[in-house]
Ligand binder design. Sequence first.
Ligand SMILES: Cc1cc2nc3c(=O)[nH]c(=O)nc-3n(C[C@H](O)[C@H](O)[C@H](O)COP(=O)(O)OP(=O)(O)OC[C@H]3O[C@@H](n4cnc5c(N)ncnc54)[C@H](O)[C@@H]3O)c2cc1C
Length: 499
Amino acid sequence: MHVQQWEETCDVLVLGGGTAGCLISGVLARRLPKLKVTLVDSGTNYDADGLLDRVPQKPVTPGTRTFFRNTGAEFVPAPSEIGGSSLMHGGIALRGTRDDHDEWFRVAGEEWSPQDLASLFHRLESDTDEPAVGSPLHVAELTTLPAAYRAFHAYCARVFGAAADLNRPEAHGVGLVPSACTDGRIATTYRQHILPDPVPANLRLRAETVVDHVRLRGERVDRVAVRHLRTGRPSQLRADVVVLAAGALGTPEILLRSGIGAAAASEELGIPVALDLPAVGARLRDHSVLWSEATVTDTPAAPPWPWHAVLCRTSPTDEHLPDCSFELFHDFRLRTRQLWSRRVVISCTQLHDISPGRVRLEMSGTRLRTRIDGAVPRTLAAMEQYAEHVGALLKEEEFQGVGMRAPYPVPYPSSQGRNSAAGLLPKVRSAYHFHGTCPMGTDPGSAVVSPDLRVFGTGNLYVADASVLPVQFGANTHHVTRATALRAADALSSLFGYS
Ligand SMILES: Cc1cc2nc3c(=O)[nH]c(=O)nc-3n(C[C@H](O)[C@H](O)[C@H](O)COP(=O)(O)OP(=O)(O)OC[C@H]3O[C@@H](n4cnc5c(N)ncnc54)[C@H](O)[C@@H]3O)c2cc1C
């Protein structure tokens, strides 16, 4: 049966309504009321019936997307609503370290100098004159935090030193977390950039719509093929400018399906080659995390403080626990967004030196499916040191009143193998900080977008999400993704005459 295809034309088409996509489309539509902006996302628009206003703590209902690794299936949390990972993140708003920003500058050039990055972060962290751009960060008061946090802070301050402001470029040691989360409520980019009243009339949301591929004619994308999730109805969208913001797994997936990637791989899969860009999907970065869970008895009734309140970032040369983010926080249930429980987590995240993986397509029967190759991330260099710290922490005097049961896995040194590196390794997992799959740079042999975020060899196709980060970023990736998206929104605003 012939299925009728319909077309829609707009000025800017943003593909992916997550952290970056909501920011870019919201900021553009507000700045330029005559610009027609369309935002496409596979999630539902749960505010369509006003739910978000009526139920302030509406639970997010994440689904999972299955990706396939060499070792089997990998379940990656994927929200089923517009807002993407910004609906699920923990509110931590950390900048990278001086080394991260210097390396970024070295790879991408002066458009991404440490000063430029600092200015983008600063605008996101402050009240600005412009609606829906910045929002001040919140920091907890140590004295009002539960005892477990104070004990953790005291231990880390003694061993690693204290950091007055974790967002200073060389801040190492324990500090209070700059947070985009107030009273246990997460600031999602959908809430911050799309919803503020009035919702821009020139912004069209296409929810529950999956992007299949973009079509290049010469150097321009002339069509984007999408499909409605529930009805299966295919359609074609057109725009002057197309911005990919489908995240570090979704964006390379769309490019590869469009024949934009390593030419040999496209040919092997029978996809007509549109552009030979071998770096698409080639360097998937992430952080690896090991965590131990325990229950505590000193739980106050509700969390009046940001969810993640205290964190210790150690320097790459620290002899006690090199290059890690060491943290204690109350656990949450992803499905219900319940931020409060008596279950606490002590975790250790390795920040650098993680071998990259790869996102690629493979044929499964007659269908293409997305596969993640490589050990991302199944290693954590400082595992045994972490285990020793947790053991030492629990013996601390300050910790005695916390009423903490021994965490699982019990991670202090023992003569039994279970706390050795080999015993702990199976517990190491992804921190879901995927980035770097379409990195920016100046050489199309090793990068996918130029420093102005345009895909090499194209005139109107941009990428502006976590996939463009050109370095293994030494901090949680939500804040830096917003900074990248703000830069994209600025550049596109100028392109359309905003000053
Ligand atoms: C569970 C979890 C916890 C995290 N915790 C933290 C944290 O505490 N602090 C922190 O800084 N970072 C955290 N992160 C990481 C951070 O949230 C992400 O790095 C960042 O939000 C990525 O933003 P993005 O815009 O690149 O992608 P996303 O926000 O993931 O947006 C991509 C969007 O594109 C849509 N999409 C993808 N493919 C298609 C397609 N083909 N068609 C249509 N739509 C598509 C997706 O549905 C999604 O809405 C966490 C991530 C996860 C998953």
